[in-house]
Design a protein around this ligand. Structure first.
Ligand SMILES: [Zn+2]
Length: 77
């Protein structure tokens, strides 16, 4: 069984599908029972998506506001 520290450490691999089958299975089990980690993984995913879209360019004030808004919305779900 994974703990919250494992999930925080592997969130990026989870999103990129870079885990073995069993690791991913236990990761999903942890997400199922742990709301904090679900929120955390959603935040990492939002951040990664944003960086991917930007292609590594610096973000404008407007875009930073957009991401913060998306994170706030994800939090309230
Ligand atoms: Zn957790």
């Amino acid at each position: 069984m994974l703990n919250c520290r494992d999930v925080a450490h592997e969130a990026s691999d989870y999103i990129d599908h870079n885990q073995t089958g069993w690791r991913r299975f236990w990761f999903n089990v942890h997400l199922f029972i742990c709301k904090n980690c679900r929120v955390f993984v959603r935040h990492v995913n939002t951040t990664k998506e944003f960086i991917r879209k930007r292609g590594g360019m610096p973000a404008s004030e407007q875009e930073v506001k957009g991401v913060m808004e998306a994170v706030r919305k994800a939090d309230s779900k």
